[in-house]
Design a protein around this ligand. Structure first.
Ligand code: PMP
Length: 408
C-alpha cells in the first residue's frame, strides 16, 4: 500500500478513541466501514457552500450541486470499469438495488415455471426480493450448494443452472464466510443457458478490484457505506440495454419528461430511476470515498487483507475451542472471519470483546439459511479493512484468549 506503515488511520479520526478504557479496534467492517476525513468534510462543505437541488435550477448553486452529483457517476464507472456513466444508477444501498432489479426487471420477464438461482450463503437482501417476485410471477427459487471452502459449488451449479434458469443472483463475497465466488465462470454458465447474471457486490467492491466487463455480468449492486462512503448511498449498475428494459419503481418528480393528466413519459436511463430529491450530499461524498479508494488501490487493499488473514487465521485457530466457519486457507477469506468459541454464545463473546475495546459482530448476519446449513443459530464475525493492522489482529487474538479463560 502507498502509506507504508498504515497511517491511513490518521484519516479516520473515529479510530482514535478509547472504548471501555481500551483503544478502539474496529473489526465490524462488513457491517459498515468508517469514513475518512475527506468524506466527512465533503458532506460539511456541500451544506456550507453548494446546497441546492439538482437538475432543475439554473442558478449557480444548483449548477454546482448538479455537476458534483453527476461527477460521482463517472467515478463509479471507472471503479467498476462500466461502459458508460449512464449505466450507473444511484440507490439507497445494496438492498434497494437488488429490490429494483427484482421488481423493475425480473418481474417483467419471468413466467410460471421459470427459475431463479441463488445460493444458501446469500444475504437476506438477495433472497427476500426474489421470494416476492416468485409470488407475483409463479417463478421458483433454486439454491446452489457450497463447497468445503464455502464457495458456490461449480459442479452443483452446472447441474442446477439450465434452460429453465432466467436469473442467477449471487454474492461475489459471502458476508459470513468471506469466501470469494467464481463469478466469471458462473456468469458464463448463466449466459450459456440464456439467463442473466446479477451480482451482489456488497462485500466485494470494497475489498478487491471488480470489473464488470471482465466478469461479464449483467447487474451489480453495492453499498456506499461499505466503501468508506455515507450511509443511504448505493449503486445499481446494469448493462444499458437491460436498464432500458427495466421499469422505475419511484414515480414522481425528477424522473419524468412530460406529465399529462392520464399519462407521463419518463427521462432516459439512469435518471428515470431517480424519482424525487435524492441524497445529493451523500452521492457527492461517495465520490470522495471512491477517490480515496482509488488512491490507495483496490488491488493493494486486497493484498493487505490477505496478509492480515495469513497473519491472524493461524493464531485464531490455535485458540482452544475456536471453531472456524469457511475455509482454513487465508487466501480464501476476503477480510471476513466467522467463528464461535466452543460453549460460548457469540453475543457473550462479542460483549466480552467490547469490554476490551474490540468491536466485532455477533448474530445471524442476515444469512439465516446459511446458519441453518452450518447448524448454528449465530456466529461471531471479525471483518477487516484497509486501516486495520497486525496490532489490531493481535488485540483480537489476546481478547479472545482472555474471554476463553474468563468463561472456563
Ligand atoms: N448483501 C451483502 C452480501 C451484505 O453484506 C449486505 C450488508 N450486510 C447487504 C447485501 C445489504 O446491504 P445494505 O444493508 O447496505 O443494503
Amino acid at each position: 500500500m502507498d502509506k507504508k506503515k498504515n497511517d491511513f488511520r490518521a484519516d479516520f479520526k473515529i479510530l482514535d478513541q478509547k472504548v471501555n478504557g481500551e483503544p478502539l479496534v474496529y473489526l465490524d467492517n462488513a457491517a459498515t466501514t468508517q469514513k475518512p476525513q475527506a468524506v466527512i468534510e465533503s458532506l460539511v462543505d456541500y451544506y456550507e457552500h453548494d446546497n441546492a437541488n439538482v437538475h432543475r435550477g439554473v442558478h449557480t448553486l444548483a449548477q454546482r450541486a448538479t455537476q458534483a452529483y453527476e461527477a460521482t457517476r463517472q467515478k463509479v464507472k471507472e471503479l467498476i470499469n462500466a461502459d458508460s456513466e449512464r449505466e450507473v444508477v444511484y440507490t439507497k444501498g445494496t438492498t434497494e438495488s437488488l429490490n429494483w432489479i427484482a421488481r423493475g426487471y425480473a418481474q417483467k420477464i419471468l413466467q410460471p415455471g421459470d427459475e431463479i438461482v441463488l445460493s444458501y450463503a446469500e444475504h437476506h437482501s438477495n433472497i427476500v426480493p426474489w421470494q416476492q417476485v416468485c409470488e407475483k410471477t409463479g417463478a421458483k427459487l433454486v439454491y446452489l450448494d457450497l463447497n468445503t471452502d464455502g464457495q458456490v459449488d461449480l459442479e452443483n451449479a452446472k447441474q442446477l443452472i439450465n434452460e429453465k434458469t432466467k436469473i442467477v443472483s449471487l454474492a461475489q463475497v459471502s458476508n459470513v464466510l468471506g469466501a470469494v465466488n467464481p463469478i466469471k465462470e458462473l456468469a458464463q454458465l448463466a449466459h450459456k443457458n440464456g439467463a442473466i447474471m446479477v451480482v451482489d457486490g456488497a462485500q466485494s467492491v470494497p475489498h478487491m478490484p471488480v470489473d464488470v466487463k471482465e466478469l461479464d455480468i449483467d447487474f451489480l449492486a453495492f453499498s456506499g457505506h461499505k466503501i468508506l462512503g455515507p450511509t443511504g448511498t448505493g449503486i445499481l449498475w446494469g448493462k444499458l440495454e437491460l436498464l432500458n428494459q427495466m421499469s422505475p419503481l419511484d414515480f414522481g418528480g425528477e424522473m419524468i419528461d412530460f406529465v399529462e393528466l392520464e399519462h407521463s413519459t419518463f427521462k432516459e436511463v439512469p435518471w428515470k430511476f431517480e424519482g424525487g430529491t435524492q441524497n445529493i450530499a451523500g452521492v457527492i461524498a461517495l465520490g470522495k470515498a471512491i477517490d480515496y479508494l482509488q488512491a490507495v488501490g483496490l488491488a493493494n487493499i486486497a493484498q493487505h487483507e490477505t496478509e492480515l488473514m495469513e497473519y491472524v487465521l493461524p493464531k485464531l485457530q490455535a485458540i482452544d475451542g475456536f471453531e472456524l466457519y469457511g475455509s482454513a486457507d487465508p487466501a480464501k477469506h476476503a477480510g471476513i472471519i466467522s467463528f464461535n468459541l466452543a460453549g460460548l454464545h457469540p453475543h457473550d463473546t462479542a460483549t466480552a470483546l467490547d469490554m476490551e475495546g474490540v468491536a466485532i459482530r455477533a448474530g445471524h448476519h442476515c444469512a439465516q439459511p446459511l446458519m441453518k446449513k452450518l447448524q448454528i443459530a449465530a456466529s461471531a464475525r471479525a471483518s477487516f479493512y484497509l486501516y486495520n493492522t497486525k496490532e489490531d489482529a493481535d488485540k483480537l487474538v489476546e481478547a479472545l484468549i482472555k474471554t476463553r479463560e474468563f468463561f472456563r
